[in-house]
Ligand binder design. Structure first.
Ligand SMILES: [Zn+2]
Length: 330
């Protein structure tokens, strides 16, 4: 598998291939961009490329040599990925990493260490990791992966070469869902619209949220503005969503895209073809009629704020209650 398999990230992959061709691989990269757009897969292909023993073609790994195969099967001694241990990277993990770095790469040309979710370094671990980045031993490449780089220490950011990954364009994503994941056109269209350019989210949405659940939830939202029942509905919705567990982020995707659609309905001349919830246009129109443009922007901000609060482990019920009450009183 070469870089051409990474859909919609030509700028990022070309930059990496060029750096490799010129012998200018830095000590550390930061792959920054939304979750589920190919950052980890790209790190894997880069590790193969650097360590490939076969004839490389156009700065792509051969995919058949011993090194490429070991990396493919996750048993190359010098290529590994670290992930947060129970939601954060702990100092112990960074100390182990530090110990491994005392030795040169064991079997490959260069050790490639990927830290996936690097925004979850706790303070102590981040400081220990910073020391490593300040004086990186030769023969090592760090690939830091983050969907939220603003949470990283600036001192870490400044020591990495940043490679931005973009959300995947909706048409490309739709095509990918059909070709590689066997979606039919209708499912692909909806999932690609809802997932805001993330393959992982498109797949999660499709398997975890039925169309009926989506329609039921969104069509009821305008009820927030009905007096005097709006407040009761706001508190009910908060309670219902609190119990959604792993599905909660999907409901946030629905909220975000619903208000985004409302904005498009107001601002664009031919909104229909840009709408994600095209099938619910009448409900969307009815809800939109109750809000000014400024209020729609405020709603989107409130949703972003709640998303961020939940990522920082704010109390779910309270955060959701605040959100729905805010949406109600827009
Ligand atoms: Zn190879």
């Amino acid at each position: 598998m070469g870089f051409e398999q990474i859909v919609g990230q030509a700028r990022a992959t070309r930059a990496l291939q060029e750096a490799f061709a010129r012998g200018r691989i830095p000590n550390a990269y930061l792959f920054a961009g939304p979750a589920g757009v190919g950052k980890a897969t790209t790190a894997n292909i880069l590790a193969k490329l650097i360590n490939c023993e076969g004839p490389r073609q156009d700065s792509n790994p051969c995919d058949v040599c011993a090194s490429c195969r070991k990396i493919e099967h996750n048993n190359h001694m010098d290529v590994s990925t670290l992930e947060p241990d129970n939601s954060t990277f702990k100092i112990k993990q960074i100390r182990e990493l530090h110990r491994a770095l005392r030795f040169p790469p064991q079997e490959g040309k260069m050790r490639v260490l990927t830290l996936d979710g690097v925004e979850y370094l706790n303070v102590e671990a981040a400081n220990a990791f910073l020391k490593i980045l300040e004086e990186p031993p030769p023969g090592n490449l760090f690939v830091l992966i983050s969907s939220n780089p603003s949470m990283l220490l600036p001192t870490i950011l400044s020591r990495c070469q940043r490679v931005p990954f973009a959300p995947i364009n909706r048409d490309l994503l739709q095509e990918l869902l059909v070709e590689r994941h066997g979606f039919d056109q209708v499912r692909a269209e909806l999932a690609s619209g809802l997932s805001e350019g993330s393959v992982a989210r498109a797949l999660a949405l499709d398997s975890n949220l039925t169309n009926e659940e989506r329609r039921f939830f969104l069509q009821g939202l305008w009820g927030l503005h009905r007096q005097p029942k709006g407040t009761t509905l706001a508190l009910e919705l908060a309670q219902q969503l609190k119990d959604k567990g792993d599905k909660l982020p999907l409901y946030f995707d629905l909220l975000r895209t619903w208000y985004r659609d409302m904005l498009f309905l107001r601002e664009l001349e031919e909104p229909a073809r840009h709408l994600i919830h095209r099938d619910l246009q009448p409900a969307l129109e009815r809800h939109r009629a109750m809000l000014h443009t400024d209020q729609i922007y405020d709603a989107i901000r409130a949703i972003e704020h709640a998303t961020y609060a939940l990522q920082r482990r704010a109390a779910p019920l309270l955060t959701l209650e605040n959100l729905f009450l805010a949406l109600q009183f827009m």
